[in-house]
Ligand binder design. Structure first.
Ligand code: SF4
Ligand code: SF4
Length: 154
């Protein structure tokens, strides 16, 4: 370490100059600041962003899910709970009588949609604001996952 570095004066002045430069830029060039004025201004996320889940439907409106449990098996947070039942159509083995997700336990890893062999569960809603006034409302069921239009408020 040189003598100049050991007395720190130069380094302290350099730090001060950097701080002053940032301060002046923040005062006189606010439009260039990366801060988003949330919630009035919403951030734009990539199309690959994982938002809240949804369940896909067949043409007749029934769930595309065949209750194979791949998603719940892959889920590291153990937050998907499925009850399987026999499907009346013999060409479809099963359907989910119940399909619940505990959104408070979910870590949004996307493993459920990766594991699904039927493209029955997707995380492409783009919804990242999920609010409710009671914990139990974060436990969403099949009907909600198929038809929800609340865009975030449970
Ligand atoms: S995103 Fe991850 S944690 Fe959430 S339900 Fe899917 S697999 Fe489970
Ligand atoms: S959502 Fe996909 S992986 Fe999960 S049970 Fe249904 S078909 Fe299987």
């Amino acid at each position: 370490m040189s003598l100049g570095e050991r007395v720190y004066v130069g380094e302290v002045l350099r730090g001060l100059l950097i701080t002053i430069r940032h301060l002046l830029r923040n005062i006189f060039a606010m439009k260039d600041m990366p801060t988003v004025q949330y919630p009035e201004e919403k951030p734009r996320y990539s199309d690959r962003f994982r938002g809240r889940h949804r369940l896909m439907k067949r043409d007749d409106g029934s769930p595309r899910c065949v209750a194979c449990m791949m998603c719940s098996t892959a889920c590291p947070a153990d937050c998907i709970h499925i009850t399987a039942a026999e499907h009346p159509d013999p060409t479809i083995e099963k359907y989910p009588e119940r399909f619940d997700i505990d959104l408070l336990r979910c870590v949004y890893c996307g493993l459920c949609e990766e594991a699904c062999p039927c493209d029955a569960i997707r995380m492409d809603t783009g919804i990242y604001e999920i609010v409710a006034d009671a914990r139990e409302k974060f436990f969403v069921d099949k009907d909600f996952l198929l038809n929800d239009e609340t865009r975030g408020t449970l």
